[in-house]
Write a protein that binds this ligand. Structure first.
Ligand code: ADP
Ligand code: MG
Length: 234
């Protein structure tokens, strides 16, 4: 994908992104890392068009993320699965497809089955979120994000509420999605996943991009900030 972030700043009550600039081309899995509060979620939400920067511009694959059409083609997976609790895993997906994509119930059912199968949930479809594990619920929310057939999937710490075993289960499922030809932008604290899966890494601290490059930058930090971060996560 092609990413062009120009002079992006964002202020809530304080400045949380400070003049972020980066232009990337041809990477397919971009990992964003950094300590809590460094602005990762703010940046990924803006890249997905979920929130507008106070100033600056973001283009993804040549399209301004403010374009209402852009948002329709974006899949987003949140920290917590965000599924409707009163609906089955499958209905969580078919409802969105029927309401926002104008699919017939039959088409929606077929699409939901397809993506739930890909995420290894064929035997869990008719359960409600509270009746499955956190990892299964998070995989269902990944299936839901995929079901609209987005080119890019954004994931913001998809495993932060999971134990190590469920974390592996979800991250392995994400790795398998590469075969679908999807592109990824993700935030995670799991450095082994960044090293295995990302082809580019952005390290943020205090609202700025401090270092970026191939995942090998993690083994050879050039700044005190990245060095200190890596010594804490290892
Ligand atoms: P990260 O994802 O790296 O933890 P965030 O982008 O969530 O960082 O947050 C960056 C800073 O912005 C933090 O100091 C956070 O408290 C603040 N912040 C995030 N969202 C909001 C909001 N909706 N309103 C006010 N402050 C916010
Ligand atoms: Mg965050």
């Amino acid at each position: 994908m092609k990413i062009n972030i120009q002079n992006v700043s964002h202020t809530y009550d304080v400045e949380v992104l400070e003049n972020v600039n980066i232009a990337l081309d041809q990477y397919t899995a971009i990992g964003i890392i950094g300590v809590s509060g460094s602005g990762k979620s703010t940046l990924i939400r803006m890249m997905a068009g979920l929130e507008e920067p106070t100033s600056g511009n973001i283009e993804i694959d040549g399209i301004d993320v403010r374009d209402p059409e852009y948002r329709k083609h974006v899949g987003f997976v949140f920290q917590n699965h965000n599924l409707f609790p009163h609906l089955t895993l499958k209905r969580n997906i078919t409802l969105i497809l029927e309401k926002t994509r104008n699919m017939s119930p039959e088409e929606a059912s077929e699409a939901a089955d397809k993506y739930l199968d890909i995420l290894h949930l064929h035997d869990q479809k008719e359960k409600k979120p509270a009746k499955v594990s956190g990892g299964q619920a998070q995989r269902a929310s990944i299936a839901r994000a995929l079901s609209i057939n987005p080119e890019i999937i954004f994931l913001d710490e998809p495993t932060s509420s999971l134990d190590p075993i469920l974390t592996d289960e979800v991250l392995n499922a994400v790795e398998e999605l590469r075969e679908l030809g999807k592109q990824f932008v993700f935030v995670t604290h799991v450095m082994s996943f960044v090293k295995d899966f990302a082809d580019y890494v952005i390290f943020m601290d205090k609202g700025k991009i401090i270092e970026h490059g191939k995942p090998s930058i993690l083994d050879n930090p050039q700044t005190n900030e990245l060095e200190s971060f890596m010594s804490k996560v290892r």
